[in-house]
Design a binder for this molecule. Structure first.
Ligand SMILES: [Zn+2]
Length: 236
């Protein structure tokens, strides 16, 4: 395994470090900017090339890693950087988390992975292969998602509308519904549907499963009634 010092050469006459990386795949996007930051930091140090590289865990004064210091670091990071989470008490928390991650652009759709420098065979939607896979495409514009939404609107006797973007979808509001209870139930339906659209996408990627849209909608209906009835029994 190469060490960082193997890739650095001190140019005496110019008083600067020259880097010679040997990448199997060239870094780009965020990885490239992180590399440039690393080079800037290293350029402040004079490397003799005689010392052995070692890992230092900065959160601990000793430089040695401890689980306790990691937990303290994570707790402080969660408290200071956490975005407000979203919640609908009628449905499972795992659904709420997927919706929250979608609204924060934190789901691993291919356009996001590509923009982070990950090498992919394709950035196209794994479900339809018609367009680049983005959050909006996966949840709203994909022809499978769009057909499922049409069926869900029909199930609730609502005029079918297309969500403008993931933020409108996450709000889950509908001008055709006038009561607070109705709005909460409709939002739960929108979120459960989104969860199943994402699950179907993952089945395409990881399990190569192909369910027909009518089966997906019937799974959504069953799961929705199951969650709603268990919540009502608990008196939520
Ligand atoms: Zn698609």
């Amino acid at each position: 395994m190469a060490m960082v010092s193997d890739r650095m050469q001190w140019i005496e006459s110019e008083e600067r470090i020259q880097f010679s990386w040997k990448w199997p795949t060239l870094p780009r996007w965020r990885t490239l900017s992180e590399l440039q930051q690393l080079e800037n930091r290293l350029s402040l140090a004079k490397c003799t090339g005689k010392n052995v590289d070692e890992w230092v865990w900065k959160p601990c004064g000793s430089g040695n890693y401890t689980t306790k210091s990691l937990i303290e670091l994570l707790n402080s990071s969660v408290e200071s950087h956490a975005e407000p989470t979203i919640r609908n008490n009628l449905i499972s928390q795992k659904v709420c988390i997927i919706l929250w991650r979608a609204s924060q652009n934190k789901l691993p759709v291919r356009s996001e992975l590509d923009s982070r420098g990950m090498d992919l065979d394709s950035v196209r939607c794994p479900v339809c292969n018609d367009d680049i896979e983005s959050i909006n495409h996966s949840f709203i514009l994909c022809k499978t998602a769009s057909d499922i939404w049409d069926k869900i609107f029909k199930w609730w006797n609502l005029n079918s509308t297309v969500f403008a973007d993931i933020y409108e979808l996450t709000k889950g509001s509908n001008s055709q519904i006038n009561t607070a209870t109705g709005a909460s139930i409709w939002q739960a339906i929108v979120w459960v549907t989104s969860y199943y659209i994402w699950k179907n996408r993952n089945d395409h990627v990881f399990n190569k499963t192909r369910l027909c849209n009518a089966k997906i909608v019937s799974d959504i209906q069953l799961k929705f009634f199951e969650w709603i009835s268990s919540r009502l029994k608990k008196g939520v």
